[in-house]
Design a protein around this ligand. Structure first.
Ligand SMILES: *Cc1c(COP(=O)(O)O)cnc(C)c1O
Length: 396
């Protein structure tokens, strides 16, 4: 639950122009106009650098089929996905855009990747060779990005590999490097010395690399200052309304809200237990709402509580109500005793993510980050979209 004052923003739920079907037990609402506004706002924030859009993992779980056209209409022309399958879908939705595949070239997949017209983000020598091998001649080199490691030790060419590649004219003549990028390890901590170290290493590596536009920052990194922007920033989470850098306010609006229905309200007597393992013992007369939002819907089981412990919250009309007992597959139980004058009823919507309970709140309460909450919202929750371009006709 947010420590900031209760939001006065109108809930997306009230702004939907068609009623939610009676049989929907859980819903995710996506404000495509806010998404488009966020891209424009970040694009202004980083100017004269350019702003790409990271749409991997189905647009961070919100539905790439609606997210990509909305970002395109806002002006985004460079997209990052993780996998070849995501590249195929993105290519279909954004035929003219520049598309980068962060996973690069998997063994045996270079030809299939080429057919999407997407450019691999190359992180190793074997990938560079596989991709260069597709070049029909030295005069028709293959476009790609280079990912260089500056200290994350995840994907990326090492200093040794960069030197080896620079000396390998056969491969380099067949590659047309359109972007050189790296990724920060600690950009979610503004004061961490590792940020400046990685930025310095990125600068130091440049003389060894083909000259191309540079990119270092994602959602958190782009808030560290202009000296992290280089030519292109690569936000994902911030586009979807996430606040990636604690202590700084990223200039974006919330995009997503999630709600689930109250299936039943019950009275629980003192001494009775609630839910699996009888983990929660009622210490007083309680009113408990049973809500259709279990771990199969994306509610982390870590939000479970026993009496006396604090876990997760949902909210009704801006008032938080704590989860009591275990989170089960399809359900949670919530203490609504203290809502007094405004006791929810069967069929009412509990806010899981929204103006009262932010993505960051849920992430923190479950010992993870908002990113994981966002990308794990399950397809069992129907998506409803506000604003944005109409979806493309099916069956082309
Ligand atoms: C996922 C990813 C991003 C986007 O990160 P956010 O924190 O969501 O903005 C950018 N660059 C790389 C290499 C990534 O893997």
């Amino acid at each position: 639950m947010s420590s900031s004052p209760p939001a006065t923003r109108q809930r997306l739920l009230e702004r939907l122009d068609s009623p939610v079907p009676a049989d929907a037990a859980g819903i995710v609402l996506v404000d495509l106009d806010a998404l488009a506004g966020n891209w424009k706002s970040l694009n202004r924030h980083v100017a004269p650098a350019a702003c790409a859009a990271v749409v991997k993992a189905d647009g961070y779980g919100l539905g790439a089929a609606r997210v990509i056209p909305a970002l395109r209409e806002a002006g985004a022309d460079t997209f990052f996905v993780a996998t070849l399958a995501e590249a195929r879908q993105a290519r279909h939705l954004a035929p003219e855009a520049t598309l980068y595949v962060l996973d690069g070239v998997l063994p045996g997949s270079a030809q299939a990747l080429r057919e999407t017209g997407a450019l691999p983000v190359i992180s190793s020598l074997p990938e560079a060779k596989d991709w260069a091998a597709l070049a029909p001649s030295r005069n028709q080199p293959m476009q790609c990005a280079f990912h260089v490691d500056t200290g994350l030790n995840r994907l990326g060419l090492s200093g040794l590999e960069i030197r080896a590649l620079a000396a390998d004219m056969h491969t380099m003549d067949r590659l047309d490097v359109r972007l050189v990028m790296s990724h920060l390890a600690c950009a979610d901590e503004a004061g961490n010395a590792k940020n400046t170290q990685q930025r310095d290493v990125f600068h130091q590596l440049q003389p060894l690399l083909p000259s191309a536009p540079l990119s270092l920052a994602a959602s958190d990194g782009l808030m560290l200052g202009a000296d992290y922007h280089f030519d292109l920033v690569r936000p994902g989470y911030a586009l979807y309304g996430g606040q990636a850098l604690p202590g700084r306010i990223t200039p974006v609006e919330p995009v997503v809200e999630a709600y689930a229905r109250v299936l039943q309200v019950r009275d629980v007597a003192p001494g009775s237990t609630i839910g699996y393992s009888a983990a929660y013992v009622a210490e007083r007369m309680m009113k408990v709402a049973v809500i259709a939002a279990g771990y199969a819907d994306g509610t982390p089981r870590h939000l479970s509580t026993a009496a006396g412990t604090i876990g997760g919250y949902v909210a009704f009309s801006g008032k938080p109500a704590p989860i009591v007992g275990r989170v089960s597959m399809d359900l949670i139980t919530v203490d609504i005793t203290d809502l007094e004058d405004n006791i929810p009823e069967r069929g009412d919507w509990a806010e899981l993510i929204g103006p009262t309970i932010t993505l960051e709140d849920v992430g923190m309460a479950s010992g993870t980050i908002g990113y994981e909450i966002l990308t794990r919202l399950s397809p069992r929750f129907a998506r409803f979209y506000l604003g944005g371009p109409q979806p493309a006709a099916r069956g082309i």
